[in-house]
Design a protein around this ligand. Structure first.
Ligand SMILES: Cc1ncc(COP(=O)(O)O)c(C=O)c1O
Length: 482
């Protein structure tokens, strides 16, 4: 069995050591409390604790060699007695996952994992502000969901091209007209663009945009052409000029915009849609974030002005959970028929099991509470940033899950590398720009708990202050941010 010494030898580089140090006891306690909340009743508290430690270790969030907090420290933090914590630790030692070192504490042993596992672990240690996602789906309610129900499909083979009837009924208040269910918003964007865009076509995009759409446009062999925007959305004159100059086949536009969080003004929607209709430009309208508005009306749909030439993409990833992988595409019947044909070739049908779960979650979950909580988290992050990083500037977003901040005089990509070394992942501006501009901007998610936001800002501030003195290796390799 691997010992602590073996485990320590497996963490040879400075970079990894930075992360190990950054996982202090408060952070570890936070992670454990979070896991314990996910594991409901029905089990003894000591078994729940052992499960939580094991789960974090398997997810790569706790590196081998991590010293677990002492029983005296952990017991009050997780609301258990010292005896219960001791029993949980004993169970971990008996299972071969931990080692007790006399007079020193309980340490995690190294599981047998591959190199890729080591790489993944490094990310799992970070507080991740780089992804605009629902970070924790435990607010979802699925009361009385019988797993057998998930398998009772009206069309017995379970391949419903347009989507499961129960989910379609649950979506009717949100989606108007003809639509089909997809495996998330990204799938919808991919289908819509791939269906109509050909190599060397021009596709207009907002000057900052969602990287997942840029990737699809490029994969089609087409060229994304940025259009100037202001706080109300795409500038109609710039849009008209770009249509005249580039003769685009399509424009990809975001209703509640990522990365900026601005909500496109209704008159902008009307003007841009009018230009698109006059010049026969297809609009692919991304409404993945459209329900996440904080105190302002939901954005108007481009489909209202350009009904025969708009494909609307929606998603439950931001209102429920990305792990469900459920979205939709709505369009006039001739467009939808072509998209349906492509979808059939592409995946035959979206998982019925996931659709049933999404329907149940839609029927029972309090989405207003999640929205109110998000607004609270936005205000919290803004207040803490104003206090600790007063040089940073941003416009308070009316929607979405992230702040789009400007770092005066900084190179956001270099700063992002440094922030990783201080335990926080952020998404640098060039990822959101077709011509890799916005080098002094970052997108940071405010959807984390306020406790994690506080810790993240502490890491961001120490990275900011270390900027002048810290040479960092560039290119730690960011995922495509969502
Ligand atoms: C603007 C925007 N569109 C689409 C998506 C993709 O949605 P999904 O996670 O449902 O695939 C995301 C993020 O995930 C997004 O931010």
């Amino acid at each position: 069995m691997a010992s602590w010494e073996d485990a320590r030898k497996r963490l040879p580089t400075n970079r990894e050591n930075v992360h190990v140090r950054s996982l202090d006891h408060d952070h570890l306690t936070l992670l454990l409390r979070d896991r314990l909340r996910l594991r409901g009743g029905g089990e003894t508290p000591s078994r729940r604790l052992a499960w939580a430690v094991r789960d974090l270790a398997e997810a790569g969030a706790l590196p081998p060699g991590t010293r677990l907090p002492s029983e005296r420290e952990l017991a009050p933090a997780v609301g258990m007695s010292r005896g219960t914590v001791a029993a949980g630790y004993r169970a971990l030692v008996e299972a071969g996952l931990c080692e007790r070192r006399h007079g020193s504490g309980t340490y995690l042993l190294a599981p047998a994992i591959s190199d890729i596992g080591h790489l993944m672990r490094r990310d799992a240690l970070l507080i991740d502000m780089s992804k605009s996602t629902v970070p924790d789906p435990s607010f979802l309610r699925l009361p009385g969901l019988d797993p057998a129900d998930l398998l009772r499909a009206p069309s017995q083979h379970g391949y419903d091209l347009l989507g499961d009837a129960r989910l379609r009924a649950a979506l009717r208040g949100r989606v108007s007209g003809d639509f089909l269910v997809t495996s998330g918003g990204q799938h919808g964007i991919d289908l819509a663009l791939r269906c109509f865009v050909r190599p060397r076509d021009a596709v207009l995009v907002e000057e900052t945009t969602y990287p997942g759409a840029l990737a699809v446009i490029r994969r089609c062999g087409a060229e994304p052409v940025p259009v100037a925007c202001d706080v109300d959305g795409p500038d109609p004159d710039a849009f008209r000029a770009a249509v005249a100059r580039h003769r685009p086949v399509a424009a990809y536009l975001i209703a509640v915009h990522s990365p900026t969080g601005r909500v496109t003004a209704p008159e902008r929607v009307a003007e841009v849609a009018r230009v698109a209709r006059e010049h026969d430009v297809l609009l692919v309208e991304d409404r993945a974030l459209a329900e996440l508005v904080h105190g302002v009306p939901a954005p108007r749909s481009y489909a209202g002005e350009h009904p025969d030439g708009t494909v609307t993409v929606g998603s439950l990833s931001k209102v429920l959970w990305g792990g469900l992988r459920i979205g939709w595409v709505a369009a006039a019947p001739p467009l939808l028929a072509r998209i349906a044909e492509l979808k059939m070739e592409n995946d035959l049908a979206t998982s019925t099991v996931s659709q049933r779960m999404a329907a149940a979650a839609l029927e029972h979950s309090a989405q207003d509470e999640w929205l109110a909580e998000l607004a609270r988290r936005r205000d919290h992050l803004s207040a803490v940033l104003r206090r600790d990083l007063p040089q940073w500037t941003w416009r308070q977003p009316d929607g979405g899950l992230s702040l789009w901040v400007r770092l005066p005089g900084a190179d956001a990509e270099r700063y992002a590398d440094l922030a990783r070394a201080h335990g926080v992942a952020v998404a640098p501006g060039p990822l959101f720009s077709p011509d890799r501009g916005y080098r002094d901007h970052l997108r940071i998610s405010f959807a984390l708990t306020t406790e994690l936001l506080d810790r993240a800002v502490a890491g961001l501030a120490s990275a900011w202050h270390a900027r002048a003195t810290s040479p960092v290796e560039p290119g730690s390799g960011l995922d495509l941010p969502v």
